[in-house]
Design a protein around this ligand. Structure first.
Ligand code: 5CA
Ligand code: ZN
Length: 412
């Protein structure tokens, strides 16, 4: 698929700091140790509705990963998918008497616009599930041949399932116990009660064509892919095994990232799928997770239409730590708009206090598992001094503007 355009990324003077991130599979904040090229896969949208602030928060968190790596001189190979065929998309199209292809294309186009407006650095490859069906089919055929997958015992619809015990490591990514896995599997798109499976936790790889459902001809028989194998195949075919970061919201810890990893590891015979599994917290509204299925959404496009500056949206979301579940509120946005106005006023002055230390602190906090609240406080401290009229360094306002742009994506 076509990706979106990039904003220029200025060079920040001074010394970058290597990025450390919390890895869900070990529970530890560990250095991301990328080679010259850092490799990242972030799970993309299912395009049945517009981008809401929960999605935005997740993509902005990984945008910071990208920016800190780039600050460290890495080339970043960033891949993101679009789940442009899946149950929720078909259900929404059916409900609204819409064509699922048109719905997916429309919402994907809007997503690109929102990402561009938010100044999110684009992935190098933005890959749809539908355009990837041949490569997904190839991976499923290999899993079948390797004995890691099997046909359901159902003569009418012999769907293909993944034997979740195939790697002998199942559960290492989420570290959930079996009852928790069973609960999330059922709640998040799994089919534990499907007759003909060998085990309730075996996950769907290939759904044989049903009358009235979209399907693609394939050596496996006509059908369509399951969800986890989509990300598994798209990631490994572009980034290889043991890539640096697999990312998404915390609702993807299980089952999605557990199975994506298990599929790839069963096929490759090596471990791990990703070196870091990184998860952003859930953004809520009125005490509930913001989600398309609940309908309690604040859309990025709505805020843009209301004239809200996207740099204020960034500051509002960065006011909390990326891993913390947090609420979107009107006052959060108002405070961010006020902060943005103060920052802009300070950098518009002809001089300010020397900013080298401020930039060093900004880098320190971001490299420490993206501690944005502390990073914003470091800039606030410089801004407060500058607004008091302290400091005579004529290069300081420009340095702060450049650092906010490159490291936080905030345009001053
Ligand atoms: N297409 C799949 C991933 S392969 C999917 O989960 N799509 S999605 O549209 O439901 O979500 C897109 C991304 O936004 C995912 O990383 C998801 O974890 C994240 N996300 C969804 N809701 C929220 C929320 N309320 N807060 C933070 N992140 C969210
Ligand atoms: Zn995914």
């Amino acid at each position: 698929m076509r990706t979106w355009s990039s904003v220029p990324l200025p060079h920040v003077p001074g010394v970058p700091r290597p990025l450390r991130l919390l890895d869900t599979s070990t529970g530890q904040v560990r250095p991301t140790a990328p080679g010259e090229t850092a490799r990242m896969y972030v799970c993309g949208i299912t395009p049945y509705d517009a981008t809401h602030l929960g999605h935005a928060a997740t993509y902005l968190a990984f945008d910071l990963v990208n920016r800190v790596w780039r600050d460290n001189g890495h080339d970043v190979f960033y891949v993101q998918n679009v789940t442009d065929i899946d149950e929720p998309l078909l259900e929404r199209a059916e409900r609204d008497q819409d064509d699922w292809i048109v719905l997916g294309l429309r919402e994907t186009a809007l997503f690109r616009e929102d990402m561009e407006a938010l100044r999110v650095l684009p992935p190098r490859e933005f890959v749809g599930a539908v355009e990837s069906i041949p490569e997904i089919v190839e991976v499923i055929a290999k899993l079948l041949a390797a004995g890691a997958a099997y046909r359901a015992d159902d003569p009418e619809f012999p769907d293909i399932y993944f034997d979740h015990t195939a790697t002998g490591r199942f559960g290492y990514e989420s570290k959930y116990d079996e009852p928790t896995m069973a609960r999330f599997f059922a709640e998040r798109g799994g089919d534990p009660d499907r007759p003909g499976k060998r085990h309730p936790l075996d996950a769907l790889l290939w759904r044989c064509a049903r009358p009235g459902e979209p399907s693609w001809e394939a050596e496996l028989g006509a059908g369509r892919p399951g969800w986890h194998i989509e990300c598994s195949a798209i990631a490994v075919n572009r980034l290889g095994m043991a890539f640096d970061v697999q990312g998404g919201g915390s609702d993807l810890i299980f089952p999605h990232h557990e199975y994506s990893a298990a599929h790839a590891e069963a096929l490759a015979g090596t471990h791990p799928f990703a070196r870091h599994y990184v998860h952003a917290g859930m953004i809520g509204l009125d005490g509930e997770k913001m989600s398309k299925s609940r309908g309690n959404l604040v859309f990025v496009s709505r805020l843009r239409a209301d004239g809200v500056d996207t740099s204020a949206i960034r500051l509002a979301l960065f006011a909390g730590h990326y891993r913390t579940d947090r609420a979107w509120t009107d006052s959060l946005l108002t405070e961010a708009q006020e902060r943005l106005a103060r920052w802009r006023e300070a950098v518009s002055r002809s001089a300010g206090p020397a900013a080298e230390d401020t930039v060093a602190r900004l880098r320190d906090h971001l490299s420490d598992d993206l501690d944005t609240p502390a990073a914003l406080a470091a800039v606030d401290a410089w801004v407060a001094e500058a607004l008091r009229g302290n400091g005579t360094d004529p290069s300081a306002p420009g340095l702060v503007r450049t650092a906010a742009d490159a490291l936080l994506g905030v345009e001053l």
